[in-house]
Design a protein around this ligand. Structure first.
Ligand code: LMR
Length: 396
């Protein structure tokens, strides 16, 4: 059975963490994976999480099975966060939300659901996109195509190319879009560009699948979630995966959700019933802890406020690191212009470093980045930035 099995390639993102963990250099820096570290280089345990956990410990609830679609209070709180409590889709019960195993788990549920009910559709992802998008939809059985997105010369979005591609897709095509903080490029659409995208997607009957893994890391929770609300207002169908891995610093708890917007509450109920079958046959029902923490923190006003402040703190620190990176590179590598790093949104910078330069950073300086040149700005801090800038200046 196993003799013909070939070695699978290393995961382009998590494989870097494996190599990083094996590196003995005490000064190693992991700019690969999208994880927020504080200025001490530690993954924070948010105060709002600690308080929610203390409340939960107090209750000492038994660990029964959760409903297939997760904790009802969690699903409700997430749905209101994603669409707004007063939104038509929530009020009219046209949106359904299920707890999922992180953003990846939500994408996988959506992909499996779509493969079952739209088996002949093809999927389009941005060029480039999060490394796992292609693999995830291909593993679900889809043919995955790219639509133009990043323009390396302007370091921005090739919007004409993107719009032309959308205009040529067949009705029913599944289009994966990054709601905010585009991963890996950090280049987001403007509000006006989103208006045009929503128009084309709606007119042509495409199926938008919005991936929102970084809400709050761009311009704020409200601002970053706006695109999702605008798509919801345009009607359905709509798929939204969201994650609390980064925004609650709950990476290992695997807390996310999949929301689907249908055209009527009756249709939404049928969709939910089928989605529950997808969950049941995959992992039966989700784990309790992370979902309870997020549900508690989102629904208690004081914890909610604290979460928003803590998230704002992370967002501001990343911005400061962008500034510091650009400033320091101006001194150490004066012939190169990195000003674009300040315009990019979210955790990442598509730095423009080549694969060969990334390899040198890794082999000579124990600085780990994704082969595409994506670096996680959220992993920079006041103690490692000089070493990182020195190394980048040397490999340029
Ligand atoms: C990333 O892009 O680094 C994160 O989303 C982590 C992951 O699962 O790849």
């Amino acid at each position: 059975l196993f003799s013909a099995i070939e070695m699978a390639p290393r995961d382009p993102i998590l494989g870097i963490t494996e190599a990083f963990n094996a590196d003995k250099n005490p000064n190693k820096v992991n700019l690969g994976v999208g994880v927020y570290y504080d200025d001490n280089g530690k993954v924070p345990l948010l105060a709002c999480v600690q308080k929610a956990e203390a409340q939960l410990m107090e209750k000492a609830s038994p660990r029964t099975y959760l409903p297939i679609d997760g904790i009802a209070a969690y699903d409700k709180a997430v749905q209101e966060l994603v669409f707004g409590a007063d939104s038509a889709v929530v009020q009219e019960k046209r949106a359904i939300t299920v707890q999922a195993l992180g953003g990846t788990g939500a994408l996988k549920l959506g992909a499996d659901f779509l493969k079952r009910f739209s088996p002949n559709a093809q999927v389009w992802i941005s060029d480039p996109s999060w490394e796992n998008h292609r693999a995830l939809f291909e593993f679900a059985g889809f043919t995955v195509n790219n639509y133009p997105y990043y323009d390396a010369t302007t370091r921005g979005v090739n919007f004409t190319g993107m719009l032309n591609a959308l205009n040529e897709m067949p009705a029913g095509a599944i289009v994966v879009l990054h709601a905010c903080c585009h991963n890996p490029t950090g280049a987001d659409l403007t509000e006006d560009q989103w208006t045009q995208v929503i128009q084309v997607v709606t007119q042509r009957g495409l199926v938008p699948f919005l991936d929102m893994a970084y809400q709050g890391f761009g311009d704020g929770i409200e601002a970053d979630g706006k695109v999702v609300r605008r798509f919801a207002e345009a009607g359905g169908p709509l798929f939204v995966s969201n994650s609390f891995s980064k925004s609650f610093s709950l990476y290992g708890e695997r807390v996310g959700a999949l929301s689907i917007v249908a055209v009527s509450s009756e249709e939404a109920a049928r969709v939910l019933s089928q989605l529950k079958r997808v969950i049941r046959t995959n992992y039966s029902n989700p784990p309790i802890h992370g979902g309870q923490v997020v549900a508690t923190a989102l629904s208690a006003p004081e914890l909610r406020k604290q979460w928003e402040e803590e998230l704002a703190g992370m967002r501001v620190r990343i911005r400061e690191m962008r500034q510091a990176l650009v400033q320091n590179l101006k001194e150490k590598a004066p012939n190169h212009n990195f000003d674009f790093v300040i315009q990019q949104r979210g955790m990442f910078s598509y730095s423009g470093l080549t694969k060969a330069q990334v390899e040198r950073l890794r082999n000579e300086y124990s600085i780990y980045a994704v082969d595409t040149g994506r670096i996680c700005v959220a992993a920079l801090n006041s103690r490692n930035i000089d070493a990182v800038v020195d190394a980048i200046a040397k490999v340029l």
